[in-house]
Design a protein around this ligand. Structure first.
Ligand code: HEC
Ligand code: HEC
Length: 266
């Protein structure tokens, strides 16, 4: 199994190399205009997806380093509005680039619509989620990291270990059980590359390409229940607590809303 947790930092290195693709459009570079459609005339979803998204989100929307977009639960929860905003504007501070020309990207508004509608039509399964109460796409509360740790143990530890550092067999460093991840998901260098929203999307929608369930399937057996919006907020708060604090914050000592304070209250 390819490790995504190691692939994301590699993508960060690769992003610099990608810039060189632009070299071909430098003035003076010989171009064969007649053979290629003008880039903004391309309105085919498969072509647009392949050219712009598959490098990070995977061919056919799965098995990439970034969150799988070919995930019906994710698409149902995000909806066209969020998909369009993120595709147009990107996610600040992460590798997700803006694609709208107004934000410095290369796609027209019409092309962004084609990409958004294409993902929904090709990979969405709205009928499967009709009548199901979906967790809200965005968080409405900061979450309680201490509670999140308890829910993490109940919902996630069978594949990530009780502390999130992964499950390795002593012998060869490979996962000790089927479906488990040997890598740490609380590694600050991984967490530095992803936003809280992307952690939240992953917790809610799972990873169909790794048989990771969605919010309804984590807690099984006695006490089985779908994660509540509060539990989702709490798990994300607990994961986010492992990020290395921004240097400015630790120097000023003002960021007192951090999880450390929350723990003392309990
Ligand atoms: C059935 C096993 C399983 C369960 C249950 C599970 N995960 Fe995972 N998770 C995985 C696997 C496998 C990966 C992929 C790891 C890799 O690529 O190295 C993963 C990846 C991740 C990642 C890294 C981001 C990514 O897209 O690869 C995060 C964060 C994560 N899981 C959080 C959670 C949380 C939080 C829970 C509980 C709500 C959870 N997982 C439950 C198996 C599981
Ligand atoms: C250079 C790598 C890269 C490329 C290219 C890329 N993405 Fe992303 N994308 C990411 C990463 C990394 C994230 C997670 C960002 C975060 O942490 O919030 C992301 C997040 C997203 C999300 C939001 C997931 C969420 O949590 O709701 C959407 C939607 C998305 N990408 C769509 C696209 C589409 C559509 C394209 C092509 C037009 C594309 N991306 C191209 C790396 C990329």
């Amino acid at each position: 199994m390819k490790s995504r947790l190691k692939a994301l930092p590699l993508l960060a290195l690769g992003a610099a190399a990608l810039v060189c693709l632009g070299c071909k459009s430098m003035p003076g570079y010989p171009r064969q205009e007649s053979e290629v459609a003008r880039p903004d005339e391309v309105l085919d979803f498969n072509t647009l997806y392949k050219q712009n998204c598959s490098g990070c989100h995977g061919e056919n929307g799965r098995d990439g380093a970034a969150l799988p977009l070919n995930n019906a639960a994710y698409l149902a929860i995000a909806g066209a509005g969020n998909l369009r905003t993120i595709t147009a504007k990107g996610v600040n501070g992460t590798l997700m680039p803006p694609f709208a020309r107004s934000a410095g990207g290369t796609l027209t508004d019409q092309q962004i619509d084609v990409v958004v509608q294409g993902m929904l039509h090709k990979w969405g399964k709205p009928a499967e989620f009709a009548g199901i109460t979906l967790p809200p796409y965005a968080s409405s509360s900061p979450g309680n990291a201490g509670e999140g740790q308890k829910t993490f143990v109940a919902a996630c530890s069978r594949c990530h270990g009780v502390d999130g550092t992964g499950i390795k067999s002593a012998a060869d460093g490979k996962p000790a059980q089927q479906g488990a991840s040997p890598d740490s998901i609380v590694d600050p260098s991984y967490l530095a590359l992803v936003s809280d929203q992307s952690l939240r999307s992953l917790v809610i929608a799972g990873r169909p390409d790794e048989n990771v369930p969605d919010w309804r399937g984590y807690i099984t057996g006695p006490g089985a229940h779908a994660l509540t919006p509060q539990e989702i907020d709490n798990i994300v708060a607990w994961l986010a607590e492992h990020r290395a604090p921004a240097p400015a914050q630790s120097a000023s000592g003002t960021g007192s809303t951090s999880g450390a304070t929350g723990k003392e209250i309990q």
